[in-house]
Structures are given as structure tokens and as C-alpha cells.
Design a protein around this ligand. Sequence first.
Ligand SMILES: NC(=O)C1=CN([C@@H]2O[C@H](COP(=O)(O)OP(=O)(O)OC[C@H]3O[C@@H](n4cnc5c(N)ncnc54)[C@H](O)[C@@H]3O)[C@@H](O)[C@H]2O)C=CC1
Ligand SMILES: O=C(O)C1=N[C@H](C(=O)O)C[C@H](O)C1
Length: 233
Amino acid sequence: MKIALLGYGRMGKIIERVALERGHEIVIKTSEEGGYDIQDADIAIDFSVPTAAFFNIVNCFKHQVPVVSGTTGWLHNYKKALKICEDEKGAFIYASNFSLGVNIFFELNSHLAKLMNGLKQYTVAMEEIHHTQKLDAPSGTAITLAESIIEKNDAYGNWKLNEASIGNIPIHAKRIPDVPGTHAITYNSPTDSIKIEHIAHNREGFALGAVIAAEWLLGKTGVYTMKDVLNIG
Ligand SMILES: NC(=O)C1=CN([C@@H]2O[C@H](COP(=O)(O)OP(=O)(O)OC[C@H]3O[C@@H](n4cnc5c(N)ncnc54)[C@H](O)[C@@H]3O)[C@@H](O)[C@H]2O)C=CC1
Ligand SMILES: O=C(O)C1=N[C@H](C(=O)O)C[C@H](O)C1
């Protein structure tokens, strides 16, 4: 595949290496808006910044170039992007986390939330830890995890950053140098705690998942998720 890398930062550089190892070609790599012809690529992979992702993605839809995006912090525009994708007959996969491990963890979280539904002695709390360069908080992964708990557990209707209050899942976001991404969910009762945790040791899993998603999306139209790609859940 001829790949456009929209965003050539920490993730873009690892995705480039993984894509080359898997026999693909990088025809565009950019860290700014415009200045390239997206139609030179078979597919685009966007790991940019919250303020750029929507433009990058919609530009791909408008030129019928399938696009995989892992950029977080732009999801207030997600529904608008889906509408444009549909109108332009584009192809799109967004995931807050492309690693196989986290996608298994998503399933575990959802199952646990269902088990805990109605057990009023337990309250849930989430912690996410990332490197100090991260622009958004909470992480996109933490938001996905919280949304899944809200869907399965009647005690919760929303999440709140660094704040515990009735009906809201508190998400504590910590920034520590060099941490690639850690997510933990704890259910606490007066007598015990149940905790599940995912720890990324590096960024390789995110990058491999994004390239696998791009390989899977090529030749399709429509909107998909990592559940479709990995065939889990
Ligand atoms: N979904 C997932 O599995 C993962 C998602 N991420 C997310 O991916 C994004 C990128 O993460 P990193 O590579 O660590 O950040 P980074 O800051 O190292 O790289 C982002 C790059 O985008 C560039 N950029 C700025 N404006 C741009 C534009 N208009 N078009 C294209 N590029 C532009 C920046 O100059 C920078 O080089 C973040 O939103 C992060 O949360 C990160 C890891 C995994
Ligand atoms: O910015 C990061 O680094 C990461 N961002 C994603 C997120 O916001 O969930 C995924 C991963 O945790 C790393």
C-alpha cells in the first residue's frame, strides 16, 4: 500500500517503521496542514494533533482516500465526520487505542461493568497515566472505557476529570515523563477492591494495530471499528 502519514511525530515515526517492515511504501509524511496531494496515497494514517485531525480526515473523505485515525481529543466533531464520510462514500476507522491488548481490555472492562451493575456497595474509579507531552486529558482510551461502563452500569451517567461525585465516574489523569500509556479501573467496596489494569510497555502495539487496520480497510467503504478489524467482542 502507498501510505500517507498525517502526523509524523512519536507515533508517525514508529508507524513508518512498522509499515515498511510489512512491505508498504510511505508516499507522504507531514506534520502540517496541506502542502501535499492526498490522492498520491492508497490510504492515510492520521496520528496528528486534536486541532488538525478533523481537517485531515475530511480531506481524505473528499478525495475518496480511506483513512485510519488514532488522534484523540477531537471527538466533539466525530458525528460530523461520520456524516461527511457517508455523504462522500469514504472509508474510516477511528480508535482511541489500536493495540490488541487494549482492545481485549475494552472487552474485559465491558464484561466487568455488566457484572458490577446493581452492586451498590462498589464505586468505580479510573486512573490513566501518560507522558508529559500529551496534549489531552483524560486520554481517549479512558473516555472509551468510561463510556462503556456508563452503557453497562446504571449507577453512572457521566465521567468527570479528577473529580468524584455521585453518578459520575472519576477519571484521574496523571502525567509522568516517558510513560507510554497505563489505564486502571478499580471497583472499591468497604470490604475489598477489584482492579483491572493495562500497561503499555512501549508504542509498538499502537503502531502495529494502526497498520493492520489500514491493511484491513483498503478497498472498503463505510465506517468501522477495531472490533471489526480484530473480530472480537
Ligand atoms: N489511538 C491510539 O492507539 C493512539 C493514539 N495516540 C494519539 O495520537 C496523537 C499523536 O500522538 P503522538 O505521535 O504521540 O504526538 P506527537 O506530538 O509526537 O505527534 C503529532 C504530530 O502531528 C503534527 N501536526 C501538527 N499539525 C498537523 C497537521 N495539521 N497535520 C498533520 N500533522 C500535524 C505535530 O507537529 C507532531 O509532529 C495524539 O492525539 C495521541 O493521543 C497516541 C498513541 C496511540
Ligand atoms: O497520547 C498518547 O501517547 C496516547 N494516546 C491515546 C489515548 O489518548 O488514549 C492512546 C494511548 O494511551 C497513548
